[in-house]
Ligand binder design. Structure first.
Ligand code: UTP
Length: 299
């Protein structure tokens, strides 16, 4: 094991997108359609994550899907009938836009039952084999200008150890996250020594919560294969990482930029406003609409 740790590759090529969750916080919209396909302005939320992965040089993507998730596969594929119609009406630019991501290698693995994030990751084992990999939770939408994952990839190349993205959250919210305890080792870098899934505020080891970007090493799969359901009856990734850190160093990297929990209705609305205000075609019109609404609310 030690030898494998020392030889661990610094070449990071693969990204896993778990997208098989049931999306209960977004019902009824997610009853028969995937949460990951909910649009934020004009792109489904999973596309933001895929673009982020590509911008970090990740070359192979696997999406973990489940029931009612076929539209994700269709979205990253050619749509001949639509293309034909667009071609006939001279909308060449739109054809380029809808096909922009089709050249990327994307694979799909079904998670038969939504047994938790840890279980979803373990489904990707045949795809990952013996390489390090990134995990992107696409309902954690991060502004395209942010370099979180890029910074984590750079840090991984230096440390060759698992790295979890962290965010400082109000103590009143720690119960919604996996929370770490650890020692600061550099600018925004923490060596993690404890991990607790959804603690109450009294037992939380800190206010540093894990958010939806991870770089993991393949030794996590062995631990996941032996994991029993934890909080909420699900196989928790946090529990498996808590075991991993007894065997090897695991680091956290503090993110200070903009992230939206778009799997939650309010977070989704905030993301929509943020990206609409940044959209060159909509921004001016949308800004004046918002100001108008705010004026009316004040009256
Ligand atoms: P969430 O905690 O957001 O769960 O999962 P969820 O089921 O999607 O949504 P809620 O909480 O019921 O509203 C975090 C990520 O892990 C994936 C989800 O698709 C999401 O991207 N996931 C979760 C799986 O792929 N499989 C699972 O069994 C659970």
């Amino acid at each position: 094991m030690l030898q494998r740790e020392n030889n661990v590759s610094d070449v990071l090529r693969k990204a896993i997108f778990p997208a098989a969750g049931l999306g209960t916080r977004f019902l009824p919209a997610t009853k028969a359609s995937p949460k990951e396909m909910l649009p934020i302005v004009d792109k489904p939320m999973i596309q933001y994550g895929v673009e982020e992965a590509i911008s970090c040089g990740l070359k192979e993507i696997v999406i973990i899907t489940g029931k009612h998730k076929r539209s994700i596969e269709d979205h990253f594929d050619y749509a001949f009938e639509l293309e034909d119609k667009l071609r006939k009406s001279g909308k060449k630019k739109l054809i380029e836009e809808i096909n922009r991501l089709n050249k990327i290698k994307i694979g799909y693995i079904r998670q038969g039952y939504a047994l938790g994030l840890g279980h979803a990751i373990s489904c990707a084992r045949p795809f990952v084999n013996d390489e390090p990999f990134a995990v992107i939770l696409s309902d954690d939408v991060i502004d395209t200008n942010e370099t979180l994952l890029k910074d984590m990839v750079a840090l991984y190349k230096k440390l060759k150890s698992p790295i979890l993205a962290l965010e400082k959250v109000p103590v009143s919210e720690v119960h919604r996250y996996g929370v770490i305890g650890g020692t600061k080792e550099g600018d925004g870098v923490y060596r993690i020594d404890t991990l607790v899934e959804k603690p109450d505020r009294e037992s939380a080891p800190s206010d540093l919560a894990i958010i939806g970007r991870y770089i993991l090493t393949p030794d996590i799969f062995e631990i996941l294969s032996k994991s029993k359901p934890g909080k909420g009856g699900e196989i928790q990734l946090t529990d498996a990482i808590a075991k991993l850190l007894k065997k090897r160093p695991v680091y956290g990297y503090l993110f200070k930029g903009k992230r939206f929990d778009a799997g939650d209705k309010f977070g989704y609305l905030k993301a929509t406003v943020h990206f609409a205000l940044k959209n060159p075609e909509l921004s001016a019109q949308f800004r004046s609409h918002i100001l108008e609404v705010a004026r009316k609310l004040k009256r």
